[in-house]
Design a binder for this molecule. Sequence first.
Ligand SMILES: [Zn+2]
Ligand SMILES: [Zn+2]
Length: 273
Amino acid sequence: MSDMVTVGSYLDPMDVQFARLHLEEHGIRAAVVETSNFDPTLIGVSGGIRLQVAEKDELQARTLLRALANERTEIDPDADAGEVRCPRCELAYCFFEPPSLRGVAPGATELGVFVAAILRFGPKRWTCHKCGHRWDDPNEGPKRPTVLKPGDPRPVFRLKRSAPGMGAFMGFMVGAGFVLASGFAPILVLPAAALLGYLIGNSLNRDVCSEPSCRKQLPAHAETCEGCGGFVAGEIRRAAEHFAEAAEARREIVRMRKARKTARRKRAEASGG
Ligand SMILES: [Zn+2]
Ligand SMILES: [Zn+2]
């Protein structure tokens, strides 16, 4: 136990457990070292929750954790060119298949589409299992995902979340307590309490960062995420929209960088000649 080294530090207890399990699946014993205080706002100050392994496993652990991080952010700049990528979200979770539930689920709004997906009825098309996009030409997507440079803002989104179901349940429980204590007729109290809870839950939006490996709560008006440092580029309603929106934002950032570069070059040419 004397030769333990730190191979990662994490802000989110879920992330560190995920990483520990990943190492143990590959036969590496890992220990989670919690900071001494329990104030979640101070974890970052004291270096996060650390993941440690025996010194002899350090190199393999770091390699595994790096691969895991790439997998979780879904963007691997060294990914093989040649696989089919989705033109919309740029990820390589693409299959040539008839309408399928996995393909349409994130965007299914029409009953006809939904029924076709259940029956798997319709022509085979390329289908993205991340964002639900369907298209025909396998070469339409990019060969590689658009990758940002260090220093570029990394786009994340405000994932709007409300909890009407939880609210209704809490309302029901409070109502039940009230019925037991007061002797009022349940039929008068419970539906009203559940409805009130539903409305309260529906109005309380617990917005979180849309980055799948982050999901830290975002305060109202926050412009950056405290959890992952991402730049809040907009709002989404469903977690699956993150991939397509993030790809669009990355393409926009790269377009703007190129436009700035061209403008600078033209200015230099104009003043030089
Ligand atoms: Zn896609
Ligand atoms: Zn975040």
